[in-house]
Design a protein around this ligand. Structure first.
Ligand SMILES: NC(=O)c1ccc[n+]([C@@H]2O[C@H](COP(=O)([O-])OP(=O)(O)OC[C@H]3O[C@@H](n4cnc5c(N)ncnc54)[C@H](OP(=O)(O)O)[C@@H]3O)[C@@H](O)[C@H]2O)c1
Length: 262
């Protein structure tokens, strides 16, 4: 299979106001794509639009809350009306939380699932008829290495990312006959604003991310995976080590997490 090109592709990208999504948008525009971006912070999307001069109106910003069904429909309508269709959907927006499950409210679980799982899956559902008619169509989900191996203190986030990966796995086979690729990406800790916007987490846990991977690097790898039509990509050696250790020795992994991560 030839590598996918982003030139003149019509891309719907969520979570573009910071972190990984910001760099995904920048690199996509540089690669010649037309991109509809969204997030709640309109001022950030405006900055993004101005950041690279927006050549030939390649970036359309549609601010709003992805948890809202009407906003998801607006995104689809904008892409179809302004760009004439949709070739690629990148479900990148996400939120997390830190803290024990037993100490959290039901609302925290619901908020995380609304953004990380339902927004991604329902936006994709709306996009499917257009993807089917698209050029080299693809759906990309930005999950997490914690969608392969769960860790204590992040149960809601892990559950949402497991769900997202499971859904993507089923969809990949369902959509294969239609020629739509489904690519699941599992980053490890990434320097971004993720830990500044944790949902209902104690302030002491709202730590900054000092992960080894930059958001720009992660974005570049994600676009590389879409180009190369990868299925499922774990981005860091540490993430791969955790996943393989957990597959080969799940009990030992539990013990190590109990000792070092609980
Ligand atoms: N950072 C990490 O360590 C890490 C590790 C593994 C996986 N990931 C995943 O990578 C993806 C990108 O995260 P990031 O690290 O780049 O974090 P980030 O800088 O916090 O970016 C998250 C993006 O999601 C948007 N978003 C959140 N809730 C939204 C909502 N209700 N409606 C619309 N947009 C919403 C945010 O925009 P607004 O706040 O403006 O709405 C922001 O643009 C997420 O799916 C995350 O789970 C991150």
């Amino acid at each position: 299979m030839a590598r996918r090109s982003f030139a003149a592709k019509r891309v719907l990208l969520t979570g573009a106001s910071s972190g990984i999504g910001w760099y995904l948008a920048s690199e996509l525009v540089r690669a010649g794509a037309f991109v509809v971006v969204t997030s709640r912070r309109a001022d950030r999307l405006q900055q993004l639009r101005l950041a690279f001069g927006n050549p030939r109106k390649r970036l359309l910003a549609v601010p709003g809350d992805l948890a809202c069904p009407a906003h998801r429909q607006t995104l689809i309508d904008t892409a179809v009306e302004q760009l004439g269709g949709i070739d690629i959907v990148i479900n990148n927006a996400g939120v997390g939380a830190i803290g024990k499950f037993e100490e959290a409210s039901a609302d925290r679980l619901r908020q995380i699932f609304e953004v990380d799982f339902f927004a991604a899956t329902e936006l994709t559902r709306l996009a499917l008829p257009f993807l089917e008619a698209g050029r080299e169509p693809a759906v990309c989900t930005v999950s997490s290495v914690l969608g392969h191996r769960a860790v204590p203190g992040k149960s809601e986030y892990c559950a949402a990312k497991f769900a997202l990966r499971g859904w993507a796995e089923a969809l990949r086979v369902e959509l294969h006959p239609k020629g739509i690729d489904v690519i699941n990406i599992s980053p490890s800790t990434t320097k971004s604003e993720f830990f500044d916007s944790l949902v209902a987490s104690p302030p002491s846990t709202a730590i900054k991310s000092y992960g080894v991977q930059s958001a720009e690097y992660v974005a570049h790898r994600i676009l590389g995976a879409i180009r190369k039509r990868k299925r499922d990509l774990i981005l860091s050696p540490g993430g791969n080590a955790l996943v393989w250790l957990s597959r080969l020795a799940p009990g030992l992994t539990d013990q190590l997490l109990l000792r070092f991560a609980a």
